[in-house]
Each structure stands twice: as structure tokens, then as C-alpha cells.
Design a protein around this ligand. Structure first.
Ligand SMILES: CC(C)(COP(=O)(O)OP(=O)(O)OC[C@H]1O[C@@H](n2cnc3c(N)ncnc32)[C@H](O)[C@@H]1OP(=O)(O)O)[C@@H](O)C(=O)NCCC(=O)NCCS
Length: 184
């Protein structure tokens, strides 16, 4: 039996974490992988609250770190379900880093995680419908729906393009590129 529809706010989740020195890279900034791991956690928490089940990450869109995060900053990750399909959910995540001394908050990135809910049989299961209670929530749902359509189209085009690659024509195709062919 499918659970009743749930509103966006029921599953909205925020994780806040202090950026400690062991998270830093050799340049003293926070590793992108630390932020990705936190994003995956908050996406899981948000999706599983909506689905009331275990969820897995299927794909991640638009990971661009716009500004570096420093040791000592407080990073907050705000997650909301933007869209639900049958078994999939698209979770939008906004990442912000706060300098605790100055109170200045910078937006470091926004990403979209596609999660799939799984049942006890480990198969994708239908998730509750999403109740949209504001124009912003309607806008995000439609935007996610369009992005899903575009991604499916691109995936098919990439499969097609990959199947048409002729390695025998590489020297011609790559003549203006910054690579050197050295076949053994
Ligand atoms: C996600 C998974 C369940 C999909 O399995 P599948 O046999 O392709 O199942 P389906 O075709 O029924 O697709 C299930 C849903 O996933 C979505 N989906 C599948 N591949 C996708 C992709 N590449 N991008 C976005 N959504 C995808 C489908 O659109 C479908 O959504 P819907 O039910 O809302 O329509 C399966 O690939 C899996 O378990 N992957 C491993 C996930 C994991 O372990 N992640 C942790 C990282 S290690």
C-alpha cells in the first residue's frame, strides 16, 4: 500500500558541521569529497524521510564548488525534495558556509541528488506523492521534471555518439586537440 502524500516541509533536512583541520587539503581548504559525503548524507536523510524507506543514490547533478570552504567555518546543507517520480526522488541541496567570527554566510554550491526508494525486497518501490504548497515548490517540481527529460535525452544521445566513435579516424578528429597519440 502506498503511503499518503507528504508535503515538502515534512522531509526538509539541514545538517550543520564544523570544518575541522583533518578535512583540509594541502592548500588548507576543505576537500571537495568531504562536502560530497555530507551532501550524500543529507540527501539520504531527506529522501528516506519522504519515502519512509531505505533509499540509494543514483545520480548527482551539477557539482560545482563556486567558492572554497575554510577550516573553522560552519557548513550547513539544506535539503528538500523537489520532485518525485514513481520510485525516484530529486533532492535539491543548498550548501552554505558561515564564518562564525564575522557571521558572513557564503553560498558554496547547489546540487541535485536523484535517489531511489527501495523496499524490503531491495527493488525500487513507489514513493508517496509530493504536496506542493507554494509557487516556489511548484516551480522546483516542474524544473526538476524538465531536467529529468533533458538528462534522459542527453543519455540517449551520448550512447548513440559513443557507438559511432571511429578510433581509426582519431588522428584527423584530434588534430587540433591537446593530446598526443602513442599507440603501442
Ligand atoms: C537505482 C537502481 C535501483 C535502478 O534500478 P533499475 O533496475 O534501473 O530500476 P528502474 O528502471 O525501475 O528505475 C528505477 C528508478 O530509477 C530511475 N533511474 C534509473 N537510472 C537512473 C539514472 N541514471 N539517473 C536518474 N534516474 C535513474 C528511473 O527513472 C526510475 O525512476 P521512477 O521509478 O521514478 O520512474 C539500481 O541501478 C541500483 O540499485 N543502483 C545502485 C545504487 C547504489 O547502490 N547507490 C549507492 C552508490 S554506491
Amino acid at each position: 500500500m502506498t503511503e499518503p502524500a507528504r508535503s515538502v516541509k515534512v522531509s526538509q533536512t539541514t545538517i550543520t558541521e564544523l570544518m575541522i583541520p583533518s578535512y583540509a587539503n594541502f592548500g588548507g581548504k576543505i576537500h571537495g569529497g568531504i562536502l560530497l559525503s555530507l551532501m550524500d548524507k543529507v540527501a539520504y536523510a531527506c529522501a528516506s524521510k519522504h519515502a519512509a524507506s531505505y533509499c540509494v543514490t543514483v545520480s548527482v547533478d551539477k557539482v560545482e564548488f563556486l567558492q572554497p570552504v575554510e577550516v573553522g567555518e560552519l557548513v550547513s546543507l539544506h535539503a528538500s525534495v523537489n520532485y518525485v517520480g514513481n520510485s525516484s526522488l530529486i533532492v535539491g541541496i543548498r550548501v552554505e558556509a558561515m564564518n562564525v567570527k564575522t557571521g558572513v554566510i557564503k553560498h558554496t554550491n547547489s546540487s541535485y541528488f536523484t535517489m531511489v526508494a527501495k523496499g524490503d525486497d531491495d527493488k525500487p518501490m513507489t514513493v508517496p506523492k509530493l504536496i506542493l504548497e507554494s509557487e516556489e515548490e511548484i516551480k522546483r517540481f516542474i524544473e526538476a521534471m524538465r531536467m529529468k527529460e533533458i538528462k534522459t535525452k542527453i543519455r540517449h544521445e551520448m550512447d548513440d555518439a559513443r557507438s559511432r566513435i571511429e578510433v581509426s579516424r582519431a588522428s584527423e578528429v584530434l588534430k587540433n586537440e591537446r593530446c598526443v597519440i602513442k599507440l603501442n
